[in-house]
Design a protein around this ligand. Structure first.
Ligand code: AMP
Length: 541
């Protein structure tokens, strides 16, 4: 057939080339371990990335090899993000907060050949190093941490290999369907599972998240990804920055309230992205100390549900608009965002907040549906709830080398991925997660959404965090137990009765935790990526 479009491979090296040609003057900012700020421009980023790519080639890295990172968000990590895929190798971001045995499993399962490590994290890695099989070299990045690097075998210095690297721009021919990146799921059950991202999926996802009705990333934006570069590729933000020429601001290791507030203020950040825990801590800080956040137009919140109370508090007290998003390691991650549609402009404030607290509409190229236990499609009526299934060009089609026979059971024969999330979808196409399948609580034969209950408790004045899990109950089958964390000001003075009364406005009396099941704790245990770790709480009940 004549007159068709060009066969143009969607590969990561093309994103890199675009940044060099179009945005050499744009800045990239990073905070290092000693608190100092590093600045340079995309032009220099490009030439360093090329030298790094050539240095890796000289070290024997071949297309398809796995090259890992164990690092905070920084400009060097961004250089690796591009140098490794541009060489046809696979960028494997290791989660620095994993349990040691999971880290060992992942490094060996992925067969990582090299590991880049921040000097400040070298001690953590060195403790597990004797168990790693087949790692050829450790490349240490001096992030100006006060302590010397821990002793690792076969170490190389990042700056030394980079300055020895050639500056010839020679990319291998890469087919867009080959692997460019890999991440392991945080693995709440069983062994962590590996997800491979292709050049094409990374490219399309970068375009997808940049669209105006998605995260709306443009050349004019200054983006602070608090979400780590080891958590689903920092939600694809480094790639989207390079594609659009947005200015990234990498926060390094200090992710609590004040240091983040200072970066937002000083760098005039326009978009920030992270999990609810991060923004909750920042909210507490902002209530004590004033910062000028007038540049911040969007605070992207995902990874766990953003409670409506948080969305309202940011908007009403600080004029900051929260954009609620949903995704998974298997979905690159962006699946849905909750931006109001035009016809909702005339809705009441209450209706608008309700919609914005949902996880939102599927972004273009992602399809969603909900199904019942027999796998039949459920209606989009806002109340029927069932398992959420997704498909699209940046959704995984299998796990990497899944070892158990049912390791790929989440991928259906007709091309959908079963997320394990339970959700409703309303007539406007807005999806709302009611729970993880395994977190639902069944009381007297009826399901209770732990997420809904948590959100209500978190709207109670003086509550910082709340996590609800089920405990076995002779009469009710399961009964909910609410673990509640008070803000610093209210510690020791919050009363269970007030929370109980608030819940009774929304839940039937038999669904509500008993007063003795509303338990005050100092902090909700968190997973490696900052989500509530309900496994730990379940053990306590
Ligand atoms: P991970 O692969 O570690 O990023 O975890 C993905 C899971 O996080 C999803 O399956 C959801 O259960 C949960 N999740 C992500 N975003 C949200 C959100 N906005 N609201 C509720 N749960 C979320």
């Amino acid at each position: 057939m004549k007159g068709l479009m060009m066969d143009y491979n969607l590969t990561v090296d093309r994103i890199l080339l675009r940044a060099e040609k179009m945005f050499p003057e744009q800045e990239i900012v990073s905070r290092l371990a000693n608190g100092s700020i590093h600045r340079y421009k995309y032009g220099e980023f490009f030439s360093r990335t090329i030298k790094l790519m050539n240095a890796l080639r000289a070290l024997g890295v071949k297309p398809g090899d796995r090259v890992a990172t164990f690092a905070w968000n920084s400009y060097r990590h961004m250089e690796i993000y591009f140098a490794v895929p541009a060489l046809g190798a696979v960028l494997h971001t290791l989660n620095i907060r994993l349990f040691p045995e999971q880290l060992v499993y992942i490094v060996n399962h992925a067969k990582d050949k090299l590991i880049f490590v921040d000097k400040s994290l070298s001690g953590m890695l060195a403790a597990q190093e004797p168990h790693f099989k087949g790692v050829q070299n450790y490349i240490v990045m001096d992030d100006l941490h006060a302590e010397p690097a821990a002793s690792l075998p076969n170490t190389l210095d990042y700056e030394a290999i980079l300055s020895a690297g050639k500056d010839t721009i020679e990319f291998p021919t890469i087919e867009e369907g080959t692997a460019a990146g890999m991440c392991y799921t945080s693995g709440t059950t069983g062994e962590p599972k590996g997800v491979l991202y292709s050049h094409r999926s990374i490219f399309l996802h970068a375009m997808g998240i940049s669209m105006t009705d998605s995260l709306a990333i443009s050349n004019r934006d200054v983006i602070l990804p608090v979400v780590p570069m080891f958590h689903v590729m920092s939600w694809g933000i480094p790639f989207a920055c390079c594609l659009t020429g947005a200015k990234p601001v990498y926060p390094g290791a200090q992710l609590i309230g004040k240091p983040i507030a200072e970066l937002l203020e000083k760098e005039r950040v326009t978009i920030a992205a992270g999990v609810p825990t991060i923004w909750n801590v920042l909210l507490q800080h902002l209530q004590k100390e004033t910062h000028d956040l007038s540049s911040l137009k969007t605070m992207v919140v995902g990874g766990s549900a953003a409670p409506r109370s948080m969305i309202e508090a940011y908007e009403k007290k600080f004029g900051v608009s929260i954009l609620h998003a949903w995704g998974m390691t298997e979905t690159s991650p962006l699946g849905t965002v909750s931006r109001l549609k035009k016809h909702m402009d005339t809705w009441s404030e209450d209706e608008k907040y309700k919609v914005r607290a949902k996880q939102g509409m599927a972004v273009p190229l992602v399809e969603v549906k909900i199904v019942d236990d027999e796998n039949k499609d459920l209606p989009w009526d806002g109340s029927s709830s069932g398992e959420l299934l997704v498909r699209g060009p940046w959704i995984a089609s299998s796990y990497y080398n899944a070892e158990t026979p049912d390791g790929n059971a989440a991928f259906t024969k007709d091309g959908w991925f079963r997320t394990g999330d339970v959700a409703t979808i309303d007539s406007n196409g807005f999806m709302e997660i009611t729970d993880r399948k395994k977190d639902l609580i069944k009381t007297r034969g009826e399901w209770i959404s732990s997420v809904e209950m948590e959100n209500i408790i978190m709207s109670y004045a003086g509550v910082l965090e709340a996590a609800v899990v089920g405990r076995p109950d002779e009469v009710r089958g399961e009964a909910p137990v609410a673990f509640v964390v008070a803000t610093a000001e209210k510690k020791g003075t919050l009363d269970a009765k007030g929370i109980h009364d608030l819940l009774s406005e929304k839940f039937a009396h038999w669904q509500i935790p008993k007063l003795s099941d509303i338990r005050f704790i100092d902090a909700v245990p968190k997973t490696s990526v900052g989500k509530f770790d309900k496994k730990v709480l379940r053990k306590q009940v």
